[in-house]
Write a protein that binds this ligand. Structure first.
Ligand SMILES: NC(=O)c1ccc[n+]([C@@H]2O[C@H](COP(=O)([O-])OP(=O)(O)OC[C@H]3O[C@@H](n4cnc5c(N)ncnc54)[C@H](O)[C@@H]3O)[C@@H](O)[C@H]2O)c1
Length: 266
């Protein structure tokens, strides 16, 4: 798919980190970008910067997602591109310790369910609603594409934790493993609608999610990366997201973007 001003896109979690970098990269190509996020303040600032539109969306809330797509489509027309970046990374062991008594403590189920609700169900909710709209579009007029019948492209964000989740990542890894597992069946479901679906499994990236960790922890994480020996940059994620959107033969694939890191138990 050619990315230019004829294309509208929705980026969830677009107010920060990987989503923000992707929103900027799409806008730099002329794409009309709608940012779906809980963070109104940052989202509105970025939308103003890139000439896009901010939609106050909680991906766990059906009505809010429906309203977000309505607002985005009213502003820019039906999107051909969806990038799912909204997510959280909670940490808790399957059996932890009660801080006061030191006794074994079962995982907080509300936290487990929250990770699944945002990272997995929220991603699927946006995919399904966006693809239903994409299916109504005419195929894109890019070289060769009209023949293919391509109407839209979707990129999801899982994590290397989907394959090598660490201690304390049961909920996170389960949610991201779900995103990884559904990539192929969703691509198959959408084959007659002309919508391609791919997923990125980022390693460790320099975003607010990671910047919140103490400096020594960040350095230890960077030292675990074989090469290049550093954290990934959000722009590097954005470059792969755009590649997956632009490359018409990429479909149903999940790609690690991680400097060859394989996460150990901790
Ligand atoms: N940074 C990393 O190293 C890394 C590694 C692997 C995977 N990921 C994944 O990449 C994605 C983006 O992460 P990031 O590092 O940019 O994090 P981030 O915290 O910088 O950005 C995430 C954005 O999602 C938004 N969000 C959270 N819950 C939401 C909800 N219910 N509805 C709408 N928006 C919501 C937040 O407000 C925030 O703006 C996440 O899914 C994360 O799990 C990140």
């Amino acid at each position: 798919m050619n990315l230019d001003s004829s294309v509208a896109a929705v980026v969830t979690g677009g107010a920060s980190g990987l989503g923000a970098a992707t929103a900027r990269a799409l806008a730099a190509k002329g794409v009309r970008v709608a940012i779906f996020d809980l963070n109104r303040e940052a989202g509105e600032v970025l939308a103003a910067e890139i000439g896009g539109v901010f939609c106050d969306v909680n991906v766990t809330d059906e009505a809010s997602v429906i309203a977000g797509f309505e607002k985005a489509r009213a502003a820019h027309g039906q999107e051909r591109v969806l990038v799912n970046c909204a997510g959280i990374a909670p940490a808790a062991k399957t059996v932890g310790k009660n801080r006061e008594t030191g006794e074994p403590k079962a995982h907080d189920m509300a936290l487990f369910e929250k990770a699944i609700a945002i990272n997995l169900v929220g991603t699927f909710r946006c995919i399904s609603k966006s693809a239903a709209g994409m299916a109504t579009l005419d195929p894109v007029d890019a070289a060769g594409s009209r023949e293919d019948g391509l109407r839209g492209a979707i990129v999801n964000t899982a994590s290397v934790a989907a394959q090598d989740g660490q201690i304390g990542q049961a909920a996170y890894a389960a949610s991201k493993g779900g995103v990884l597992a559904m990539t192929l069946p969703v691509a198959r479901d959408l084959m007659n609608d002309g919508v391609r679906v791919n997923t990125i499994l980022p390693g460790i990236f320099e975003t607010p999610m990671i910047a919140g960790m103490p400096e020594p922890v960040q350095q230890a994480l960077a030292a675990m990366v074989p090469f290049p020996k550093r954290l990934g940059k959000p722009e590097e994620y954005a470059r792969l997201a755009l590649f997956l959107i632009e490359h018409d033969y990429m479909n149903g694939e999940s790609v690690r973007l991680d400097g060859a890191i394989r996460m150990g138990p901790k």
